[in-house]
Write a protein that binds this ligand. Structure first.
Ligand code: TYM
Length: 336
């Protein structure tokens, strides 16, 4: 089994990223050969500051290591260090339907809310994401719920490529997504009908992994709940449902267990319990982060080593893809 996932080095990472994705990465490195990519090229598709991008790339590298990624057990690297990603992106464009890209939710949402230039990069974002995964012939992609559409596109692109150029072979592997049962979509604490997010959410409703315990407590205390008083999940109770789900995820139990334990409790007690659990859950990460972040040379060397290992795998795939597509020089030893 080969596991691959990517994460953007933009803004501070929040509890949704942590529960929905990062904890799955850490578990993934125990289950198979795992690659995790910090996707700096994807971050250039929205307005950004180059100096800030470099800084937040190191922030994220330190955070992933603090969360438990171990360079001895996985390959952690920076996307732009492995040029095969951009080459494969271009090659995959030949089997990607333009209309499909224009209909993608992320493109529609981001292109309509953006006042500045809507870059072509935003439209091609999902093709680069497909290239990220397909370059490694990964079988499994751990992600949160919001990436489902990107995964579907990626699977279609792989199938189309194989049908058009594979000659009956599975040159590219069609990957499966791995979306967690609990915590796949953590919602904003102030507006629980919206997902927690660095770009679209509210500051007060977004819990950052590196928030101080006091700040975390305050954010949970002021979380929006719903009418009624019962601690149980229901479609008309998005605020309470979200808090139950967060508590279940950080404790590693089923949401039903939380509902059972807090049956008869008030909303205030639920909020206090979630705040305490999240503070305990994130505290060791923040501590390790402090130690790791200051040594940029060490972070750089981990990324460089990861890129070298990643390049070897991606290079082989690209060799096959080029050969099948008839681009570039023919590989030595191949019949004409
Ligand atoms: P990004 O950087 O926005 O998010 C990283 C991961 O966090 C998950 N996530 C959430 N999970 C639960 N609740 C939330 N509120 C929440 N918000 C974010 C995301 O689902 C994601 O798994 N396009 C990707 C990056 C990417 C990628 C890839 C992913 C580039 N190439 C290849 C997988 C495979 C993105 O923007 O993730």
């Amino acid at each position: 089994m080969r596991i691959f996932s990517g994460i953007q080095p933009t803004g501070s990472k929040h509890l949704g990223n942590y529960i929905g994705a990062i904890t799955q990465y850490v578990a993934g490195q125990e289950r198979g050969e795992a690659l995790f990519c910090i996707v700096d090229l994807h971050a250039t598709t929205m307005p950004y500051d180059p100096v800030e991008l470099r800084r937040s790339l190191y922030d994220l590298t330190a955070l992933l290591l603090a969360a438990g990624l171990d360079p001895k057990r996985c390959i952690l690297f920076r996307q732009a260090d492995v040029m095969e990603h951009t080459e494969l992106c271009w090659l995959l464009c030949s089997v990607t339907e333009l209309g499909r890209l224009q209909r993608m939710h992320q493109f529609r949402d981001k292109s309509t809310t953006q006042r500045e230039l809507v870059s072509a990069g935003l439209l091609f974002y999902p093709v680069l994401q497909a290239a990220d995964v397909l370059a490694y012939r990964a079988t499994e992609v751990p992600v949160g719920e919001d990436q489902r559409e990107h995964l579907e596109l990626m699977r279609d692109v792989a199938r189309r490529f194989n049908a058009r150029f594979g000659g009956g072979d599975e040159v590219l592997v069609v990957p499966e997504h791995r979306i967690p049962e609990v915590g796949a979509r953590i919602m904003d604490l102030q507006d629980p009908t919206k997902k927690m997010s660095t770009t679209g959410g509210s500051e007060q409703g977004t819990v950052y992994v590196l928030d101080e315990p006091k700040v975390i407590e305050k954010k949970f205390k002021s979380a929006v709940t719903d009418s009624g008083s019962e601690v149980r999940r229901a479609p008309e109770k998005p605020g309470v449902s979200n808090l139950i789900e967060i508590l279940a995820a950080v404790r590693g139990v089923a949401p039903e267990a939380v509902e059972g334990e807090l049956a008869g409790a008030r909303y205030g007690e639920l909020k206090a319990a979630v705040a305490a659990a999240v503070i305990d859950y994130l505290r060791p990460v923040a501590e390790r982060y402090g130690d790791l972040r200051s040594d940029e040379a060490a972070l750089e060397s981990i990324l460089a080593d990861g890129a070298e290992r990643a390049r070897k795998i991606a290079g082989e795939t690209l060799g096959d893809v080029r050969e099948r597509m008839g681009v570039g020089a023919r590989r030595a030893g191949r019949p004409s």
